[in-house]
Write a protein that binds this ligand. Structure first.
Ligand SMILES: Cc1ncc(COP(=O)(O)O)c(C=O)c1O
Length: 483
């Protein structure tokens, strides 16, 4: 059998070589040089040097919400294959080398984690989603694209769309990730600031002088202010604009969690009063879209909740997932909580919101319901390995530990405050992020912190140890930054 395949491959390669008028080296179609060639040796040396360099910095990488504790060596043979999951994960594919089965299992896993309605039996309320080619940036863009198309009635739901005279208006907090505004700009979705400036200058209901801020203001820990959001939604709803609302489950800089339930309690009466959802059946064809940007938090919070239930943690976060029937979509980045060598993530929504594809490309024999064409099949494989080789119980232990490491860092830094009262340290409830006064560049770089203005931060990801925190705190204590 192998011989037949080899012969077939040889024929194909020879015909390709003929077409391009090139000779193929005898029995050697490998694109790389032979291992002992000078060129290959040089490439290996360069890579080894880079590897040693990066590895030496891995454990003290404290400032980014990315898990550096990962071991995918078991699936390294797959690096010598090209696996492509192009197309919708639930439809036939013409690419034989794919990991669609694993992708579906991964999606089942997250549907379960986020309490979505299963796909079997398939109903309009069942979940639908896919493993992202990029990270949450793609997920946020895709969510907003889905929302925009939804308001135009272009989704799989057969229910008739309500024809609104106004386009939707986008709300997001001042702490939202920049991918939100970028997505809005790509898609031509207007933010509340843009519509405010264009049609209602000086009329903003939440500022003294009536100017329109660029994002909805947040509290001291970075969570959106539900009351100010309510005032804004109310202002535009009264003018006929339905809302697209992006809520954060773990903001980038402060790791803050928007109170999704409280936001709903504040805006639901406005939506009902303005006919954006029907009183008796709020969720059949509502005229709003609520998207959860859970790049880090949509993975961390469910495990923290499990830890709380098994008394491993005395704190848990608020609800954000499909237990709340008004949540339309959730996004999460693989490389953040789980860790992976390259970026990826999950977008999840409901079958009834699956976009009606613009085309059915014959080439891939699958509806074009995802954002990219090719989708990296390794991402599904890696995430599959990450979630099925570590039990949820173990993930709960990890989540509880990370929360405690963040609390420990906060406590230790508080001690510095006693000696140097001007030293600032901030941490919101359940947050994995601790913010503190930005130190000198040497410390900032040594611990690979990230910063904004006068503040720097660390993120207590699974690879961050208590001793790494001790090292940082000692360095801060010893530094002459306060003298
Ligand atoms: C809250 C939030 N949303 C979206 C993103 C973008 O995610 P990605 O880098 O995976 O595209 C990030 C990245 O840090 C984030 O923190």
């Amino acid at each position: 059998m192998e011989k037949i395949i080899d012969e077939k491959n040889e024929k194909i390669l020879t015909s390709i070589a003929k077409r391009f008028k090139r000779d193929l080296p005898q029995n050697d179609y490998h694109i790389f040089e032979t291992p002992d060639s000078d060129l290959t040796k040089k490439a290996h040396e360069r890579i080894q040097k880079l590897y040693r360099n990066v590895l030496s910095r891995q454990t003290l990488s404290l400032g980014y919400p990315v898990n550096q504790k990962l071991d995918y060596s078991v699936i390294s043979p797959f690096l010598n294959l090209h696996i492509n999951n192009a197309g919708d994960p639930y439809d036939a594919s013409s690419t034989l080398l794919n990991t669609r089965d694993l992708e579906q299992e991964v999606l089942d896993y997250f549907a379960n984690l986020w309490h979505a309605i299963p796909r079997s039996p398939l109903t309009p309320e069942s979940f639908w989603g896919y493993v992202l080619a990029m990270g949450s940036t793609e997920g946020n863009l895709y969510a907003m694209w889905s929302a925009r198309e939804y308001f135009k009635g272009k989704v799989s739901s057969c229910e008739q769309s309500i024809q609104r005279s106004r386009n939707p208006v986008l709300y997001f907090s001042s702490e939202s990730h920049y991918s939100i505004e970028k997505s809005a700009s790509i898609l031509g979705v207007d933010t509340f600031q843009q519509i405010g400036n264009a049609y209602f200058p000086g009329e903003c209901p939440i500022t003294e002088d009536g100017h329109w801020p660029h994002g909805v203001p947040v509290d001291e820990y970075g969570g959106v202010d539900p009351y100010l959001l309510e005032l804004l939604v109310s202002f535009f709803a009264n003018h006929g604009y339905p809302p697209i609302i992006v809520l954060n489950v773990g903001t980038t800089f402060q790791g803050a969690f928007d109170d999704v339930t409280l936001v709903w309690q504040r805006i639901a009466p406005i939506l009902k009063q303005n006919g954006f959802c029907i009183e008796t059946d709020c969720f059949s064809r509502p005229d709003f879209w609520i998207h959860i940007d859970g790049a880090l938090g949509a993975a961390y919070l469910p495990y923290l909740e499990m830890a709380y239930q098994s008394e491993l943690s005395h704190v848990k976060g608020g609800l954000f997932d499909f237990r709340l029937p008004w949540v339309n979509s959730i996004v999460m980045s693989t490389h953040k909580w789980f860790g992976s060598p390259f970026v990826s993530g999950i977008y999840m929504s409901k079958e009834k919101y699956r976009m009606a594809p613009a085309t059915l490309p014959e080439y891939i024999d699958s509806p074009d319901t995802t954002l990219s064409g090719s989708r990296n099949g390794l991402s599904a494989l890696m995430l599959w390995y990450a979630v099925f080789s570590v039990s949820s119980e173990k993930q709960a232990v990890i989540a509880a530990r990370c929360e405690k490491v963040a609390a420990y860092a906060y406590e230790c830094m508080h001690e510095i405050k006693k000696i140097h009262p001007e030293f600032r340290v901030i941490r919101g409830p359940q947050s994995l992020v601790v913010l503190f006064s930005r130190p000198c560049d040497e410390i900032f770089n040594r611990f690979q912190l990230s910063g904004r203005g006068e503040l720097a931060h660390i993120v207590a990801m699974p690879h961050v140890t208590y001793s790494a925190i001790d090292c940082l705190v000692n360095a801060l204590k010893e530094s002459d930054m306060f003298s």
